[in-house]
Design a binder for this molecule. Sequence first.
Ligand code: NOJ
Length: 559
Amino acid sequence: MAFTQEDARADLVAAPGSEWWRTAVIYQIYPRSFADASGDGLGDLPGVTAHLDDLQQLGVDAIWLSPFQTSPQKDAGYDVADYRDVDPIFGTLADFDAMLADAHKRGIRVIVDLVPNHSSDQHMWFQEALKAAPGSPERARYIFRDGKGENGELPPNNWESVFGGGMWKRVTEADGTPGQWYLHIFDESQPDFDWTNPEVRAEFRDILRFWLDRGVDGFRVDVAHGLVKAEGLPDFTPDPDGGSMGGDAEEVPYWGQPGVHDVWREWHQVLAEYDGDRALCAEAWLPTVAQTALWVRPDEMHQAFNFHYLETEWDATALRDVITESLRAYGEVGAPSTWVLSNHDVVRHASRLALTAENPQGAGIGPRSPGKPDPVKGLRRARAATSMMLALPGSSYLYQGEELGLPEVIDLPDDARQDPTWFRTNGERYGRDGCRVPLPWTADGPAYGFNDTGESWLPQPAEWAELAHDVQVDDPSSTLTLYRSLLAERRARTLGAGHLEWLDQYGDEVVAFRNGSLLVVTNLGDDAVELPAGEVLVASGPLDGERLPTDTTVWIAAA
Ligand code: NOJ
């Protein structure tokens, strides 16, 4: 008998334990760089299906797929032209359904990315808006305004795009005259929707239902802090030290506006109509953990990415503080904390944790960047950091390739770069291509097994042969084996549902805690420290006899 989508979901609904998202380890798939079944150099959905076995063996609970919907790919799919279809470069809706059913059959839940702040300029609505007159209902779905100056030749305000340059673009009206301006927080090919318009709200509720009806387990919500803009669109000059995607200390008129919470309450209701604990995860870059916790109040989203944790430097006190604050702030609103170290927007943590200059985050690193990371130190720290993270109570996110210990690719040739940040800043900021290079699956295959043609949308470094999945899978000391061991032990000891108790007898430069039957000790100091008594279950690196060396984490069975 054929295995249907409903059968697959029925298994998951009946799975023991509710609210799976409170404790899940969720693996981010960046489809264009994961695996390429068609051989055109861009990954696709059949490529994902082909590697579900590997993800099951890795031991993750869920996958999150970055956008695969129809898109001209000006921002790698975060510019959606049709929210209800799959872009041909990634496959078809049937490929999606097959991937979803196969994942569910293996007990792996599937979250899809939803991009509600903006569409592509190729979206039908935006094309209609361009043809329609100022003040028309078609224009009212986006943020069109008259320009300032005698002839409207100046942008409506001084806001600057996250990707560099201005946040407004002037259009040419149907009669050929220079016309209104539209707002784009990101690239000019990504016009912002007007979320005060009920038609926009209704359309997105319907898009949610389209994917929920297909059986998805939830959504990662792009730019969840940006949908609502301050009344009157007042001028604003960002703090030069603030984060590129938000996170400035002061109030920013396009981030974190209170009206956004009504949208999440509406969406929460839509998900609640469906069985099986579907979940929303906010991508919200905000100044403090306490502010981010507002996104996960009981009637809003279920999770928010903990970017404060991701942005914490490799420092024992800073880590203890952010963990304590996260458990407190999210706990106060009844939400789990999430934990994350890497994603497709930031410098991979196997490089970031060894940078000696300030972490440039979404601006990326490249050949001219100061403070280049030492790869050996970076990987040692990354393994220690992940080993700490996966022992924390709550839900953790992994980014494809970190289980192979992949570093950021620093030396990409300029003519290979594709991030709009690179173009909009005339090469001043490298952008995020360095964390998006296609995965190496086999040491000897074409494009290291990414496909069987050798095509790759970004060049892969020769050193990646040694990091390929097939090289690591049977090597007891590999990063892949470490991840598999951590995930198996985390599952066996239900660490995600546990409770953290700090242990302070190891000194300031050591992070040590107990979670249920597990002791976790990370040494961030220069000198080795004595190991606690007990059976060593997992170590992120070689031990020095009875001592725990620098930048190493150990999991020990508590007496
Ligand atoms: C956040 C996404 O993670 C990033 O990749 C994208 O460029 C922006 N949002 C715009 O959608």
